[in-house]
Design a protein around this ligand. Structure first.
Ligand SMILES: *Cc1c(COP(=O)(O)O)cnc(C)c1O
Length: 428
């Protein structure tokens, strides 16, 4: 495959955009080479600026769970756009999607829409602080909650890929209110709570981690957090920006039967448009302005195009457990095929999987937290990434990212992917 046009576009982009990209994970910094410029996409495939076709395992980092250019979403957006793209006034469709989301997700009465997952998590923590009148938060090493200041303390994903877990520009004052725990280590959380009595507003967690590869919670871990929160008057925030409407219609709360106090959304909930949201019981949500004192706002929040896309997406997923089963089956098939192909060439690896999330780690140890995720052999990953790309398979350009399976993938696509792994494995 040739990428001359992509490379030329990247050179031009670098002149006027820092690093040539509007989000760092899009650059190929961790794997080397120039990023690929996409021209269009349909279903499971990307069509790039050089005329190559790629099978897509990123899917816009999660939103395109039913494939690119999914007709009901595209039609909803086109229809809305003709009637005006923003008003800064209430519209009926905001209530429609809010009613559907609160019906699909357990344990939430009210939801507020914002423009990104970052905004959702930032607002959720402010709400938790306002509600509990406490300042400190606990987050887990390797979990990513967007790029707002409080979270850029050992954030996973892009922040780790670029070797800057703690970003300059985050003040000491902010950083000292973020306490860091080990994922899947309940005793560690307990210790932190014990040494910060009555100071902790919330624990925020990816209830299935997806930003240090895919790491499911150990049995009892989320239940244990719930109990600790109840005992100590701490709010439990599930960041379901990645997992919401992906692992089940009701997200991880539904999947594992553990209730969160505040839930954040992004990615799938916007159907590919810029949408985030946070939700909770009415008693908590009523602390938000204009009802309560906790301020939160947005000129384009609840934007009609974004709401139309999100509503069409949620309607497609509502009451359709078969979709989630199909996704899980496809992911399991892929898992088995990749494992067999790597084993055939004695490539040391661990594969983590849950529902439609999967990650391949080039290390023999179980990957259960950030430390074990970081053990993976990055040189092997780089070769794997470029090898797969040469075979027409697009996975995330970082060893810390999850692959997102879309329902648009056929078993033929999965076989093509497994065959590509077999070819690439021979050169690892
Ligand atoms: C993607 C992501 C975010 C940030 O969402 P943006 O829309 O990129 O701001 C937050 N939390 C999790 C778990 C994510 O995966």
């Amino acid at each position: 495959m040739k990428y001359t046009r992509s490379s030329a576009l990247f050179a031009a982009a670098q002149e006027v955009i820092p690093g040539g990209v509007n989000s760092p994970v899009r650059a190929f910094k961790a794997v080397g080479g120039d990023p690929i410029f996409v021209k269009e996409a349909k279903g499971a495939y990307l069509y790039d600026e050089d005329g190559n076709t790629l099978i897509d395992y990123i899917n816009s980092w999660g939103p395109m769970i039913l494939g690119h250019a999914y007709p009901p979403v595209v039609n909803a957006v086109v229809e809305k756009a003709q009637k005006g793209t923003s008003f800064g006034m209430p519209t009926a469709i905001e209530t429609e999607i809010a009613a559907l989301a609160t019906k699909m997700v357990p344990n939430i009465d009210k939801i507020r829409f914002v423009n990104s997952g970052t905004e959702a998590c930032m607002s959720a923590v402010r709400l938790a602080r306002g509600y509990t009148q406490k300042d400190k938060i606990i987050k887990f090493a390797g979990c990513y909650h967007g790029h707002s200041d409080s979270f850029l303390i050992q954030a996973g994903s892009g922040a780790v890929t670029f070797g800057s877990p703690n970003s300059p520009g985050v003040t000491q004052g902010t950083a000292q209110d973020t306490l860091l725990a080990r994922y899947n280590d309940l005793a560690h959380v307990q210790e932190i709570i014990a040494s910060n009595t009555d100071q902790i507003a919330c624990i925020i967690i990816e209830p299935v981690a997806g930003n240090m590869g895919c790491i499911p919670p150990a049995p009892g871990f989320l239940e244990g957090l719930r109990t600790l929160c109840d005992t100590h008057g701490i709010l439990l925030i599930f960041d379901e920006v990645m997992t919401g409407f992906r692992l089940a219609a009701g997200g991880v709360q539904q999947l594992v039967g553990v209730n969160a106090d505040i839930v954040t959304f992004g990615k799938v909930i916007g159907g590919g448009l810029p949408v985030g949201a946070f939700a909770a019981r009415a008693e908590i949500m009523n602390h938000l302005a204009p009802l309560g004192p906790v301020y939160q706002a947005g000129t384009l929040s609840g934007n009609p195009l974004a709401m139309a896309a999100g509503l069409a997406m949620l309607q497609a997923l509502d009451g359709e457990p078969a979709i989630f089963q199909r996704l899980a089956d496809k992911t399991a098939y892929l898992h088995e095929g990749i494992a067999a192909a790597l084993n055939a060439k004695n490539v040391v690896h661990t594969i983590n999987r849950i529902g439609s999330m999967i990650s391949v780690h080039f290390h023999q140890n179980p990957v259960v937290d950030f430390e074990t995720a970081a053990l993976g052999n990055n040189d092997t990953f780089k070769k794997f990434f470029h090898g797969m790309l040469a075979e027409g398979i697009y996975i995330a350009p970082s060893a810390f990212e999850t692959w997102f399976i879309t329902d648009a993938l056929t078993y033929e696509d999965l076989d093509t992917t497994i065959q590509a792994v077999a070819t690439v494995a021979a050169s690892l």
